[in-house]
Design a protein around this ligand. Structure first.
Ligand SMILES: [Zn+2]
Length: 162
């Protein structure tokens, strides 16, 4: 089931270029973004391994763990810039929570349980709210700049929203 991945890794490890890289990102940057397979957060900004930390969530929406990761990165890994990057045509913004729960339950043939999946069709407002949450957090304010951005999956272009 995973043989293709291990074969891919064998090739990767043959000429491994990242030995000795520090954990702190060279560009002092942390990116919060969606799990969508069309997004390569480093490539999108012309970055390479070791230059930014990437935290991915469904929809790129801020979760308690994401906030904890951001605060840890600010105070332990020299992060002073945080980018929240959402994207067009996002599954998590294409429906609301009841709609997503119903779709998962239908596919699974059983109830979706008590997990909160976090779907939100109000993507623009959610992005603005998440950026405000990060900007105003006592452990981030004054330590890191925070910006909210939108990535167009059809053009590759990023625009700043807030
Ligand atoms: Zn998405």
């Amino acid at each position: 089931m995973f043989d293709d991945l291990l074969q891919g890794n064998a090739q990767y490890a043959k000429n491994f270029p990242y030995r000795g890289l520090p954990g702190a990102p060279a560009h002092g940057l942390l990116i919060v973004t969606c799990m969508d397979s069309r997004l390569d957060p480093l490539e999108i900004f012309g970055l390479k391994v070791g230059q930014a930390i990437v935290l991915r969530t469904p929809g790129g929406f801020l979760k308690p763990n994401t906030l904890a990761g951001a605060i840890s990165a600010v105070h332990k890994l020299n992060v002073d810039r945080i980018v929240v990057l959402e994207h067009t045509n996002c599954t998590m913004a294409s429906t609301d929570e009841p709609g997503l729960r119903a779709a998962i339950a239908k596919h699974a043939g059983q109830p979706a349980g008590d997990l909160v999946f976090g779907a939100d069709p109000n993507q623009d407002q959610h992005l603005r709210d998440d950026v405000e949450t990060l900007r105003n957090h006592a452990l981030i304010k004054g330590f890191a700049e925070v910006g909210g951005f939108m990535y167009d999956v059809e053009t590759g272009q990023v625009t700043q929203v807030c």
